[in-house]
Design a protein around this ligand. Structure first.
Ligand code: ZN
Length: 132
């Protein structure tokens, strides 16, 4: 069973193309100046459509996480145990991703992490994180 893949919407294509190049893009609202993640057509803070792509450092820290130790039969069952986390980037936005290349028992909130990339298909590379 193959893992479900993110749908690559037209407005998010720059994000996915950058991920393939191992760069992490977020959006910045040119009207209110706030950073935004996930990719959108409209600023969630002020409603502006004037959004620019900016490259994030890829550095952040774990805001919250969960260690998945069992999973019903599915395409994820053979991945357990795995870590799903909310990572807060230095740019202030939070993103959900896996934390990989780690001992789940050694994780804690506020742990510094850095982006890494997992190539899934020719079109989809997932930004993931590992302890920094
Ligand atoms: Zn805005």
């Amino acid at each position: 069973m193959s893992r479900p893949l993110p749908r690559v919407d037209a407005w998010a294509r720059p994000y996915w193309e950058a991920a393939r190049d191992r760069r992490l893009l977020i959006q910045r609202c040119e009207t209110c100046g706030r950073n935004i993640f996930y990719p959108r057509l409209e600023c969630p803070h002020c409603g502006s459509h004037q959004l620019a792509w900016v490259e994030a450092t890829g550095r952040g820290s774990i805001y919250s996480f969960s260690v998945v130790r069992s999973y019903a039969p599915s395409s994820f069952a053979d991945l357990v145990p795995f870590v799903i986390a909310i990572v807060e980037l230095e740019e202030g936005v939070r993103m959900m991703a896996n934390v990989i290349d780690c001992d789940p028992e050694g994780l804690r909130c506020d742990l510094p992490v850095a982006v890494t990339y997992e190539t899934i298909t020719e079109e989809v590379t997932l930004p993931q994180f590992r302890p920094a």
